[in-house]
Design a protein around this ligand. Sequence first.
Ligand code: PEP
Length: 251
Amino acid sequence: MRRPMVAGNWKMHGTRASVVELTQGLGNLSLPSGVEVAVFPPSLFINQVIDGLEGKGISVGAQNSAVLPEQGALTGEVAPSQLAEVGCKYVLVGHSERRQVIGESDEVLNQKFAAAQQSGLTPVLCIGETLAEREAGETLEVVGRQLSSVIDVFGIKAFANAVIAYEPVWAIGTGLTASPQQAQDVHAAIRKQLAAKDAEVAEGVQLLYGGSVKAANAAELFGMPDIDGGLIGGASLNADEFGAICRAAGN
Ligand code: PEP
């Protein structure tokens, strides 16, 4: 039985004051015990959030980490081992904003994925198609290729300690959401691709949907058989809204 998960990606948002307020708001939520809840603050605020959420049952992750596992000479980067040492559990790998705006390639993302696992972090691999790719009928091909790029290098067992987030690029931050059936179709295809290599890994891996999830649409999305929760951007910046999404995952 897979544990539902709701992850809040704060992106490049926050000030010291707003992070205190959001962290306090999260700490005051009554969250469903069966749901894994995690937040991904900007790296600058990770220590502050870990301290603020101590004992609250909310995990903390990073939005990015270095291609090398250990600390060293790599200016501007944060090593996954450093993130693990301060108490992070997860790291996002391959968010579409990093693929598209920063230009991270599958090769670089593979290095980050491996370095994260070597350091004891669980990578949350983000995959998804653009609007043009969906309109061209290429959704499953694109998502399958992004997934294969990791499986081909590290093998299927790499997904025994990873989470996958399907995030259609056209739904991220746009207010457009994939319909529950559209999302389910892609999630089922992802699980089938994994199952072709290892049924047990496929059955165990948490598949999150991301793309304009809010309290109003979460329950319907999370009710689909292969959707195990969500990766939430904008709506994760409001503690009450985020709490309602977490409760939807618990039902
Ligand atoms: C995201 O950034 O991963 C995301 C899904 O954003 P939003 O919920 O705002 O669409």
